[in-house]
Design a protein around this ligand. Structure first.
Ligand code: T1G
Length: 689
């Protein structure tokens, strides 16, 4: 056959083996021989049944995403599935690892699906701004019912083999030798004989659909789409599967797929897919990783506790150190409460909770960190305090242990220099809540050893984080750009905008919330303390804080909040304060439109990103996109600030920045040379980024 598709015959059962590492994507060089093999086996009398299985660590993880946007080479997946449905002898998909997207659609073309107990099955296309384009929206509802299919396709979240069995998606779940058991299963099906109904004839599950309930479910899901087209298209396609004849529903699915795959949103989300994987690659990737078996956390506050949970959730034993017993117990109480909430929500089993809590060891003695391979400090953000902690750590940590600081802006080089082993020191900047937020900024200090970096980057993926390596500067990539994005906020208010108008421009853009509502959620006192520590002022925000308006936690901030509600209510007192401050500074007020609001907040964001690239604080422009999409809620349908700059038009951004720079003289508007080069070359790589 070919390198990527081979056929064996096990006692009259043909076994088709797909082998296309690393994830058996259905690239053209797989599809062509696969189609040929199945066509031959259909009419091959020596094959009483056919089993499709994959070599390597997973079943087919989907269509080959790298082929999207390029001319389509025949045969397509749909043709292979259509061919499968003409085969009268039993066809069985034997699934291990993951059957995702086109991989599950291939399996849905078979009469039977059997799975390894640890397998995961799903249609995650929506996460790429797409919908299943190989018949999944039409065939899956026929197996699992419309409601289940809608949930799986709009969320894109894979389900376990056990759940798939319960839902009718797989016919058997096996432990042990999957191929042998699949061959036996296929043989028995062949021996049983009788007609095998292709999916197009299995209409009972869709026929029983309560359409009104379905539409309510779809409306609820659509409400959360926040401007993303794919979730709506997914719901429309599954509805077609219920209401239209099989082939019409397939054709409608195709039309939706073709539209989405050519759209900016899917291009943006595919960009983020590969950008996340690229960001995890450390230059000089052949360095040996250090062994990490036990992790130590210094500080059991909100961040320390969340970081400890992230490692316990990843299966790592954790030593949690605090200055005193009382603080330690307070930290553990918070951890136990968080796990109890997860069990209460059904997102964690009681057994898993027990197992994770069993991984913690508390201590108030630095000596107990001597057997840790990685120690992360998460104490108060003060350089003097950090240096004391690292001094003590340096004295007890074993040689070769990695020493990390969770600072969100302090100078990691200075912290490293306060130890005798700067090559083992780096930053691990988690985002709150650390057991939930996926982003991890790994801060490479001047003397950090490459193997320490590579070890932590790999470790991050093992605990479900998205790692991005950044250099040392104030606020690293995320927070530094955040302050550039917010630098105009006060001016915009004084010149005539309201907090509500600015926040609406952001939510219309696709953000979960705008800067003022975000400020109220995080607590305005944090920024206030920061500004005071750095001798900076923000006339309106400082006044709010002097009045004790710290946001949701005090029921008043930029907005006011009914007790117990997080719903922001515009507060005339705040607008009166803003008008008074504008008068005090002699600032004329005027109508400010949404375009201007975006220009004066997101254009400086991109510009600061370009400066960060120029300085080498970020290795790639796409790394900045990964930081913003995973840590700051940048709309994934826009691919992150640097990708979005391409959609928005870099020349326009430069022209408008120059306009505001001329008008205000403020440096955030002075176009970075890298941004100008991006406007000329059309790519950040071309611009030297
Ligand atoms: N196409 C091309 N390359 C892929 C790929 C794919 N589908 N999946 C993974 N890779 C590459 C990835 O870029 C990386 O490359 C390497 O494989 C290892 O991946 C018609 C429209 C399967 C759970 O969305 O979720 O089918 O960086 O680092 O952490 O309806 O990969 O080494 O050069 O992620 O073990 C739908 C995407 C496609 C699943 C494994 N399928 N993949 O995770 O490894 S659209 C998906 C994943 C579709 C049809 C439609 C994960 C994984 P490199 P990795 P991992």
């Amino acid at each position: 056959m070919s390198n990527s598709v081979n056929v064996a015959n096990e006692n009259g059962v043909a076994v088709v083996i797909i082998d296309n590492p690393p994830v058996n994507a259905l690239s053209f060089h797989v599809r062509e021989p696969l189609h040929a093999a199945l066509a031959a086996l259909r009419d091959d009398a020596t094959a009483r049944a056919i089993v499709i299985v994959c070599a390597g660590r997973t079943f087919v993880a989907g269509a080959d995403i790298t082929e999207f946007g390029k001319p389509v080479q025949q045969p397509e997946l749909r043709a292979i599935v259509a061919l499968l449905e003409t085969i009268a002898k039993p066809t069985v998909a034997a699934i291990h690892g993951t059957a995702l997207g086109g991989g599950l659609e291939l399996a849905l073309g078979c009469h039977f699906r059997v799975a390894d107990a640890g397998a995961k099955l799903g249609l995650p296309e929506v996460k790429l701004g797409l919908l299943p384009g190989g018949g999944g929206t039409v065939r899956l509802p026929r197996l699992v019912g419309a409601a289940k299919a809608l949930g799986m396709i709009v969320s894109g979240t894979p389900i376990s083999a056990g759940e798939a069995k319960a839902a009718g998606l797989v016919d058997a779940v096996f432990d042990g030798d999957l191929i042998a058991q699949a061959v036996r299963f296929a043989g028995e099906a062949a021996a049983k004989g009788g007609s095998l109904a292709p999916m197009r004839e299995r209409n009972d599950r869709v026929a029983e659909t309560d359409l009104a309930a379905f539409d309510r479910q779809a409306a609820e899901l659509a409400r959360k789409a926040r401007g993303l087209e794919a979730p709506l298209a997914c719901a429309e396609a599954v509805r077609n599967a219920i209401t239209l004849p099989f082939d019409e529903a397939l054709a409608a699915e195709r039309a939706l797929f073709v539209k989405l795959v050519a759209g900016d949103q899917s291009r943006a989300q595919r960009h983020l897919f590969f950008a996340e994987r690229e960001a995890a690659k450390i230059q000089g990737k052949d360095v040996t990783r250090r062994k990490i078996a036990r992790v130590g956390i210094i500080g059991a506050g909100t961040m320390g506790g969340g970081i400890a949970m992230a490692f316990a959730n990843g299966g790592f034993p954790v030593t949690l150190l605090e200055t005193g017993e009382e603080a330690l117990q307070r930290g553990f109480a918070l951890i136990e409460k968080n796990y109890a909430v997860s069990v209460g929500r059904g997102s964690l089993t009681e057994e898993a909770r027990q197992q994770r809590l069993g991984l913690f060891k508390g201590s108030t003695d630095y000596a107990d960190l001597a057997d840790c391979d990685l120690v992360i400090e998460a104490v108060f953000e003060d350089m003097a305090v950090k240096k004391v902690v690292f001094g003590k750590l340096d004295a007890v940590a074993r040689p070769g242990a990695i020493l990390a600081t969770n600072t969100s802006y302090l100078d990691v080089d200075e912290i490293a220099a306060s130890t005798s082993r700067p090559q083992d020191v780096l930053g691990m900047h988690f985002f709150s809540p650390a057991n939930v937020m996926k982003l991890l900024e790994i801060v490479r200090a001047d003397r950090t050893a490459p193997d320490a970096l590579a070890t932590v980057a790999e470790l991050a993926r093992r605990i479900g984080k998205v790692p991005v390596v950044v250099g040392v500067c104030h606020g690293f990539v995320g927070n530094r750009m955040l302050s550039a994005r917010g630098a105009e906020n006060e001016f915009l208010l004084l010149e005539g905008a309201t907090p509500g108008q600015v926040d609406k421009a952001f939510t219309d853009f696709g953000w979960p919330m705008g800067p003022f509502q975000m400020g109220d959620l995080a607590g305005l006192d944090i920024g206030w303390r920061n500004r005071k520590a750095r001798g900076l002022t923000a006339v309106v925000a400082d006044t709010l804080c002097e009045q004790g308006r710290f946001g949701q936690k005090t029921g008043q901030g930029w907005y006011r909040y009914e007790s117990g509600s997080r719903e922001p209510i515009a507060d005339p007192d705040v607008e009166a304060l803003i008008r008074a401050k504008a008068a005090e500074f002699g600032i004329a007020r005027r109508e400010i439109g949404a375009d201007e609001l975006i220009e004066r907040t997101l254009y400086p964001l991109v510009n600061e990103g370009a400066r960060i690239l120029e300085e080498g604080i970020a290795v790639r422009a796409s790394d900045i996109d990964v930081v913003w999409a995973n840590g700051y809620g940048f709309p994934i349908g826009k691919g992150g600030p640097m990708f979005w700059a391409g959609l928005e038009g870099a020349a326009k951004i430069v022209e408008r920045l120059e306009h505001w720079h001329r008008l205000t003289g403020r440096v955030i508007f002075e176009p970075a040379p890298m941004l100008r080069r991006f406007a000329e070359t059309g790519s950040w790589e071309g611009a030297g980024g």
